[in-house]
Design a protein around this ligand. Structure first.
Ligand code: 2AM
Length: 477
């Protein structure tokens, strides 16, 4: 059929992306291990007046692709991808292009890039964000790898991506596995954003004693200001939702144990491995992990009589409407402040890896393509793009003058919120971790002189002096 592009893997993402590609006027051929899903996809597409060409075998699909052949893989990350690439390489020739759109560990992609190089097949590892709806109606693409290959698929990606104004949410990320890495950081940042929002919800619920309706109104109002974003939007919508099975609101019926698919963990592994801290993301990941110990939490809560929202020592804290309004406002400031701090951490990791791997990442452009389609889409990202436009070598995001001034203005609110949360026994680990990071990374003197002294005391690890060059060791006793 001379298809413009092929797609392998017809789970929800693959099915939706193939419909998206077809609806943008491209001829697309698809293949799935289980043929019935191929048949389903062709049928579903037909109902929307779209033509998708389904093939029973990989060989058939390859034969029907225009040269250079292009195929997008959307299958379960890991060994299944290796298996499929090995099969594709049986049919692909020099200059043909493989695009892996899965959430793949970047080092696995690096191995595949080498494998494909041996056969002169071009490789793109591409982050895709936006979930099912994004895949169907426009998502954020983060393609990295062969620049030649990118130019060959640029038109398709631009048409299928989300648009902000007229700009498509796609750009060439950089060489190698940078597309996977950027998607991983995107997801890590997403963990941080989600946790900060969840903590804000919890604080207002347990300190201000707002009901879900009121909470929803607050988030809705926030969504009209500087925090305007997809995650704030879904939060107010979640808080509006009735259960349906009971008289309750749905949020109150949902078990407080959070799942994870691994990209947050990967971000942390990288952060630890490279010694570039991302404590806000770390707090978010830890929160999910702590949440999983339901039995232990139940047992220990009775030992310690933990009551979230309770003020110990029976200190009465009266919160009238005026005070509540103030706390609400401080919380908005604090949340925004932490968001800047969290993005600063994630982008710093990205910058350092980019330098080491010579990916030459354009962080402003990356913020731009996150502006639409993906989960962390937010108006706020425009300001990140501008910050890097002003200075592409900006070391830490919050060193940008505008962000720096905002942090200076909002920091008192953040401190207040952490005090209030502590007083009322409300754990807000992502807020706390963000403030601690900020205070340390912006402080000339830290407590680590004591660590060095201790290390020298018990292990003769030596220390440096403030006043003289060289390594010193002291006989401490
Ligand atoms: P399936 O429909 O045959 O299960 C998400 O799991 C997608 O990845 C599905 O389309 C699934 O195909 C595909 N997939 C998972 N493991 C695979 C493998 N080893 N080979 C081919 N496709 C695989």
């Amino acid at each position: 059929e001379e298809c413009d592009i092929g797609l392998i893997g017809l789970a929800v993402m693959g099915q939706n992306l193939s419909m998206n590609i077809a609806s943008n006027g491209f001829k697309i051929g698809v293949f799935n291990r289980t043929y019935s899903k191929t048949v389903d996809t062709v049928e579903i597409a037909k109902k929307e007046n779209l033509t998708i060409y389904g093939y029973k075998t990989l060989e058939e699909l390859s034969k029907n692709l225009k040269k250079p052949r292009k195929v997008i893989l959307l299958i379960k990350a890991g060994p299944a991808v290796d298996e499929n690439i090995n099969n594709i390489l049986k049919y692909f020739e020099k200059g043909d292009i493989i695009i892996d759109g899965g959430n793949e560990w970047y080092l696995s992609s690096e191995k595949r890039i080498e494998l494909c190089k041996e056969k002169n097949v071009e490789y793109i590892a591409m982050g895709v964000s936006g979930g099912e709806l994004g895949a169907r109606y426009g998502c954020s693409f983060m393609p990295g790898g062969s620049k030649y290959a990118y130019d060959c698929i640029k038109d398709i990606l631009e048409k299928c991506s989300a648009k902000v104004g007229t700009s498509p949410c796609v750009t060439y990320i950089g060489s190698g596995s940078s597309g996977n890495y950027v998607k991983m950081i995107h997801n890590g940042i997403e963990y941080g954003d989600m946790q900060l929002i969840a903590e804000s919800y919890f604080l207002m619920k347990h300190v201000l004693k707002y009901n879900n309706k009121k909470l929803s109104e607050v988030f809705k109002k926030w969504n009209e200001g500087i925090l305007n974003s997809y995650l704030i939007e879904i939060t107010y919508k979640i808080l509006e939702k009735k259960d349906g099975l009971t008289e309750n609101d749905l949020i109150d019926m949902i078990v407080d144990i959070a799942g994870a698919k691994g990209t947050g963990k990967w971000t942390m592994l990288e952060s630890v491995e490279r010694g570039i801290p991302c404590p806000t993301i770390c707090a978010a990941l830890d929160a999910r992990n702590i949440s999983s110990f339901m039995d232990l939490r139940t047992k220990t809560s009775s030992v310690f009589k933990t009551v979230i929202g309770a003020v110990p020592d029976n200190n009465t804290v009266t919160i009238n409407d005026t005070i509540a309004k103030d706390i609400e406002n401080d919380l908005l400031n604090a949340l925004y402040c932490c968001k800047i701090i969290s993005y600063t951490q994630g982008l710093f990791l990205l910058k350092k890896v980019s330098e080491e791997k010579k990916w030459n990442l354009n962080l402003g452009e990356i913020a731009r393509i996150w502006r639409g389609g993906c989960i962390i889409r937010a108006v706020f990202l425009d300001r990140i793009t501008n910050a890097y436009k002003n200075n592409k070598d900006l070391e830490l995001l919050f060193l940008n003058e505008e962000f720096a001034n905002e942090i200076k203005n909002k920091l008192p609110s953040l401190r207040k919120i952490i005090n209030i949360a502590t007083t009322h026994s409300v754990p807000i680990p992502a807020f706390s971790a963000s403030l601690a990071y900020f205070q340390m990374i912006t402080s000339k003197r830290l407590c680590l002189n004591m660590i060095q002294a201790q290390r020298d005391f018990f292990g003769s690890h030596t220390y440096k002096r403030l006043d003289k060059e060289g390594d010193y060791h002291t006989i401490w006793e």
